[in-house]
Design a protein around this ligand. Structure first.
Ligand code: KG4
Ligand code: ZN
Length: 353
C-alpha cells in the first residue's frame, strides 16, 4: 500500500490529509480560518500567520487519525500554487522539511489539478472528461486529457463565480463565506416565479459564442439592486433570482464547451464539476440535466471534497507519484499557475515567485 500525505494552505483553509492508493482516505482535516469573518474576505497576511499557527498540529492530528507514523509515508504532496503566496510558502516549507528528514519523494501540486482530479478519487472516471472548475478564485472549462494534460476552453475575463456569490452575500449581510449562506437564504424563497419577476440580473456573455465567463457586471448589478432595495424586500427572493442567474450563465457556457468536447469521442463521455461553487445543489442540478440532455455522465465529488481540502492534493500527488512525476526539493511556489500553459489570457500567465 502506498500512502501520501497532502498539505493545502493556498487560501483560507489549513488542510491536511492522508490518502492510500486503494482510494481510502485515512484522514482529511480541514480547518477553515474564522479570522476573516470580521473583514468578510481573506486577508493574505492573516491567513499565512494562521496557517503557520495550525499546520504542525493538524499534521499530528491527521497521523493520529490514520494511526500511522512519519515512517509509513511514501510521499508528500503539497499545493505549490496558485494562491496567496504567504500561505503557499508555509505549506511548501513544511512539506520540504518532512520530505528531507524522511528522504521521501516530494510532489508540487497545482491546486487546480487537485480540484480537477478529485473525482477520480471518489468515482471511476476515465480520461478525457470535460471539467467545469468553479470556485472563489477560478471559473474555467477544461478538457482533462490526463494527469498534467489540459486544454482550457474558457476562463473568466474578470471575476470568478464564487467571488460574485461572496461579494453579494457580504452586501446582503449574510456573512462569510458567502456562497453557502446565499444558498441557504435562497432555499427560503417561497415563490420562485415571483422572485424571478421581481429581481432581474444581467447575464454577461450569455448566448454568445465561446466558453469564457464574466461575472463583474452581475456583481455590480447586484450591488445597485441592493442599494436601491426597499427595507421590506425579500432577501430569499433576491438570493433565489441571483442563484438562478449564475446557474443559467454556467450552463450556457458549459453547453458551448460540450460542443467542443463531443467530437473527441471519449469512450465514457462525462461532465465533471469541481471547486467550491460546485457544492451548490441548485447549480449541480442544472448542470446534471444539461449533461444528461447531451448524453454525458454527470459526476461531482461529494460536497466536502468540492471545497478546498487536502485529500484532493494528496490524491493528485498519488496520481503523479504513480507516473514518476515527482519534484526536486528546490521547486518554486507560484502565485499564478494556469493548468494549460498554452492558455492565451495574458493576465493568467505563469508568474514565478
Ligand atoms: O474551491 P474553494 O473552496 O476555494 C477556492 O479555491 O476558491 O471555493 C470557495 C468558493 C467561495 O467563493 C464560496 O463562497 C463558494 O466556493 N461556495 C459556494 C457554495 N459553497 C462554497 N458558492 C455557492 N453555493 C455554495 N453552496
Ligand atoms: Zn479551490
Amino acid at each position: 500500500m502506498t500512502l501520501v500525505l497532502g498539505i493545502e494552505t493556498s487560501c483560507d483553509e489549513t488542510a491536511v490529509a492522508i490518502v492510500a492508493d486503494d482510494k481510502r482516505v485515512l484522514a482529511n482535516i480541514v480547518l477553515s480560518q474564522t479570522e476573516h469573518e470580521i473583514t468578510g474576505g481573506v486577508v493574505p497576511e492573516i491567513a499565512a500567520r494562521a496557517h503557520l499557527d495550525h499546520l504542525d498540529g493538524l499534521i499530528e492530528d491527521a497521523m493520529r487519525q490514520a494511526d500511522i507514523g512519519f515512517k509509513d509515508l511514501d510521499a508528500i504532496a503539497v499545493t505549490a500554487g496558485p494562491g496567496l503566496i504567504g500561505g503557499v510558502l508555509v505549506g511548501v516549507m513544511t512539506a520540504k522539511a518532512i520530505a528531507a528528514v524522511r528522504d521521501i519523494p516530494l510532489i508540487a501540486v497545482n491546486h487546480l489539478e487537485g480540484h480537477a482530479l478529485t473525482v477520480r478519487l471518489t468515482h471511476e472516471v476515465a480520461f478525457p472528461y470535460l471539467l467545469l472548475l468553479v470556485s472563489g478564485g477560478h471559473c474555467q472549462l477544461l478538457i482533462v486529457h490526463g494527469v498534467g494534460k489540459y486544454t482550457r476552453l474558457g476562463t473568466t475575463i474578470d471575476d470568478a463565480a464564487g467571488e460574485a456569490f461572496d461579494k453579494t452575500a457580504k452586501l446582503l449581510g449574510l456573512g462569510y463565506p458567502g456562497g453557502p449562506a446565499l444558498e441557504r437564504m435562497a432555499l427560503q424563497c417561497a415563490d420562485p416565479a415571483h422572485a424571478l419577476k421581481t429581481f432581474t440580473f444581467p447575464k454577461p456573455l450569455y448566448g454568445q459564442e465561446g466558453c469564457n465567463f464574466s461575472f463583474s457586471g452581475l456583481k455590480t448589478a447586484a450591488k445597485r439592486l441592493i442599494d436601491s432595495m426597499p427595507q421590506d424586500a425579500s432577501k430569499p427572493d433576491f438570493c433565489f433570482a441571483f442563484q438562478e442567474t449564475v446557474a443559467a450563465i454556467l450552463c450556457d457556457r458549459t453547453k458551448n464547451a460540450i460542443e467542443k468536447y463531443l467530437p473527441l469521442r471519449a469512450p465514457s463521455p462525462a461532465l465533471v464539476v469541481a471547486g467550491g461553487v460546485a457544492a451548490n445543489k441548485r447549480i449541480r442540478a442544472e448542470l446534471e440535466s444539461l449533461a444528461q440532455k447531451n448524453g454525458l455522465a454527470f459526476v461531482a465529488p461529494p460536497l466536502k471534497l468540492c471545497t478546498d481540502n487536502a485529500a484532493m492534493i494528496a490524491w493528485a500527488g498519488m496520481e503523479r507519484l504513480k507516473l514518476g512525476l515527482t519534484d526536486s526539493p528546490d521547486f518554486p511556489v507560484y502565485a499564478r499557475w494556469p493548468l494549460d500553459p498554452d492558455a492565451k489570457v495574458a493576465s493568467l500567465k505563469s508568474q514565478k515567485v
